[in-house]
Design a protein around this ligand. Structure first.
Ligand code: NAD
Length: 475
């Protein structure tokens, strides 16, 4: 049982003024495994004040200083990889196979940012002007529970690379991961106030960060509903925002696809992170002429997508993070049945007669129409929809008939054609015959999947403000 009683302000672990306690659960057992004391508005204001005070010094640091810090932060987080892995499995329920990637990602994003910074020129010429990219100021960084450590490190890495200071509001449900990362980052020995970590409720700590006039920029990863609220509140002080929100990503299977490869790829894209992934390929678009064949392949392959004990290396799908999330997924499965979709595999209830743990049966619906709620709304669980299409035009139209636009997938043999289809999908990223991540490339959403980009040069510039100076350059 862990008692987490401190937040991190101005380079020190301190007891919050807030007095509310919040329970942490192991989703595989439904047992309480810890308690975290939550920060309040006063704590948040103190953290913002510390970040504001550290800003003038931070803004004057050199590229070499920041690169050295990012390397030290990387080493420090890497040194805690095993602790973090155990926490991700216990506190979030990620299967070990996935948890390994998540913990490595938390340290590697710091190096990725150092590499972007190394090659970035903060000054360039535009006509007769000199343009300098300047740090925006204090950045408010808000993360969700589905990859808390990775988002925390990734956002902080870019804020620091840009010369900003930060106030971080991690998910209150991920306090064990946050404690490990905070201890590691403290070891890296950055000047006090450069980053501050305040665990608390979204509508208390998060809301204060978003409203506060001394915060210049918000980088938020979470739900579209909360993201819209951030835009509304942030407008009052004209905050710059980067919003990484939800998705309902299409996985377009072209009619020349080799199903031996395309089906496992589609199921892995859909069941990624136990289905609790913003980028999950949850709408699988299959040519009507090959629908029966595709369904047969799914039935054959589904046994490899075991839902169960996250500590078992053969598990692909762990429990849902919370009871609320489990109930939400159950509700959508019931809704799919009532809407008239056909259950190809899975269904309501827990797998294998399990009585406890927020486990879900890997569920694939077929004969889904794109207008059904299960095809339109983000479920955030291992529930996929197969939607038949007539021809390429129809596939592109269905793929784009969504309010979201985070990611798309295309599987096919003819690469010229696959690329042509990829070019027509309205999404920030399209993956052709792959599920690989590219940290140098921008990541973010079209439409209601977000505003702005993370990663790479675009991710760095999201924390920078261009300033033009005229009259100082020789003609
Ligand atoms: P959420 O929106 O409920 O919470 C995200 C964070 O915002 C949490 O830290 C929460 O405490 C905080 N928050 C809540 N209310 C707030 C408010 N009024 N003001 C400021 N902060 C507030 O999302 P979640 O349930 O934690 O995560 C799941 C969602 O995140 C899904 O919709 C998923 O698609 C999305 N997500 C998006 C990406 C992406 O990169 N696009 C990645 C992961 C998750």
């Amino acid at each position: 049982m862990q008692h987490i009683e401190q937040i991190y302000i101005d380079g020190a672990f301190v007891t919050p003024h807030g007095e509310e306690w919040f329970d942490l659960f192991n989703p595989a057992t439904e047992q309480v495994i810890g308690r975290v004391r939550l920060a309040d508005v006063l704590d948040t204001r103190r953290a913002i004040a510390a970040a504001k005070q550290a800003l003038p010094v931070m803004a004057r640091t050199t590229k070499a200083d920041r690169i050295a810090w990012l390397h030290r932060m990387h080493e420090a987080v890497r040194a805690r990889e095993q602790d973090l892995l155990a926490a991700v499995v216990e506190e979030y329920g990620a299967p070990v196979s996935r948890a390994q990637w998540m913990t490595q990602h938390a340290s590697s994003v710091l190096l990725d940012a150092a590499n972007v910074l190394r090659d970035y020129d903060f000054t360039h010429r535009a006509g007769t002007a000199e343009v300098t990219m300047q740090p925006m100021g204090v950045a408010g960084l808000i993360t969700p529970w589905n990859s808390n450590a990775g988002f925390l490190c990734g956002k902080l890495a870019m804020a620091i690379a840009a010369g900003c200071t930060a106030v971080i509001k991690p998910s209150e449900m991920s306090a064990i991961q946050t404690r490990i990362v905070t201890e590691a980052l403290h070891q890296a020995g950055l000047p006090p106030g450069v980053f501050n970590i305040v665990t608390g409720r979204g509508d208390v700590v998060g809301a204060e960060i978003v409203a506060h006039p001394d915060v210049a920029k918000i980088s938020f990863t979470g739900s579209t509903a909360v993201g819209k609220g951030i835009v509304r509140t942030g407008a009052e002080t004209l905050k710059r925002v980067t919003l990484e929100l939800g998705g309902k990503s299409p996985f377009v299977v072209l009619d020349d696809a080799d199903f031996a490869q395309a089906v496992p790829l589609a199921l892995n894209a859909g069941f990624m992170n136990s289905g609790q992934a913003c980028v999950a390929g949850t709408r699988i678009l299959v040519p009507a002429s090959r629908l029966a064949e595709f369904e047969a392949h799914v039935r054959d392959a589904i046994g490899q997508f075991r839902s169960g004990d996250p500590t078992d290396p053969t598990t692909v799908i762990g429990p849902m993070v919370s009871q609320k999330q489990w109930e939400r997924v159950q509700r959508y499965i019931g809704m799919g049945i009532r809407e008239g979709a056909t259950l190809l595999t899975g269904g309501e209830g827990r797998p294998d007669g399990r009585k406890t743990g927020w486990f879900v049966r890997p569920t694939v619906f077929t004969n889904v129409r794109n207008g059904m709620a299960i095809a339109r709304e983000e479920i955030f669980g291992p529930v996929l929809s197969i939607i038949a299409y007539r021809d390429e035009e129809d596939a592109v139209a269905i793929a784009n008939d969504t309010t979201y636009g985070l990611q798309g997938y295309v599987a096919g043999t003819d690469l010229t054609r696959a690329r042509r289809v990829a070019a027509r999908i309205e999404a920030g990223r399209v993956l052709v015959n792959t599920l690989a991540h590219e940290p140098a490339a921008p990541f973010g959403g079209f439409k209601q999947s977000g505003i702005g980009r993370e990663y790479g040069v675009h991710g760095l510039e999201a924390y920078l403000e261009p300033k033009a100076t005229l009259g100082v350059l020789a003609a």
